[in-house]
Ligand binder design. Structure first.
Ligand code: ZN
Length: 84
């Protein structure tokens, strides 16, 4: 299943999409903005603005943070492998 994260161009809320197809309507829960997928772009019905989907997707953002956490855990290694 494809999950895309689209940032609402109006309020910045991240909207989780499990699907994306031509003519699909996307509603923002926060500001009730309605967008329609058209030719790989997002058409905002309220304002008639067109946004590139690439500009609104936010993937790959957490990768660098995860790497920093891994390094930190290696230094503070404790063995809790015993049982009662
Ligand atoms: Zn919104």
């Amino acid at each position: 299943m494809v999950v895309k994260l689209i940032r609402c161009p109006s309020c910045g809320e991240e909207l989780e999409l499990t699907d994306m197809y031509e003519g699909m309507e996307i509603n923002c829960d926060l500001c009730n903005l309605v967008m329609v997928v058209q030719k790989g772009m997002l058409h905002v019905l309220d304002t008639n603005e067109i946004f590139s989907i690439d500009d609104l997707t936010s993937e790959e953002v957490e990768d660098t943070q995860k790497m920093e956490i891994d390094e930190f855990e290696e230094e503070e290694y404790y063995d809790y492998g015993y049982e009662d």
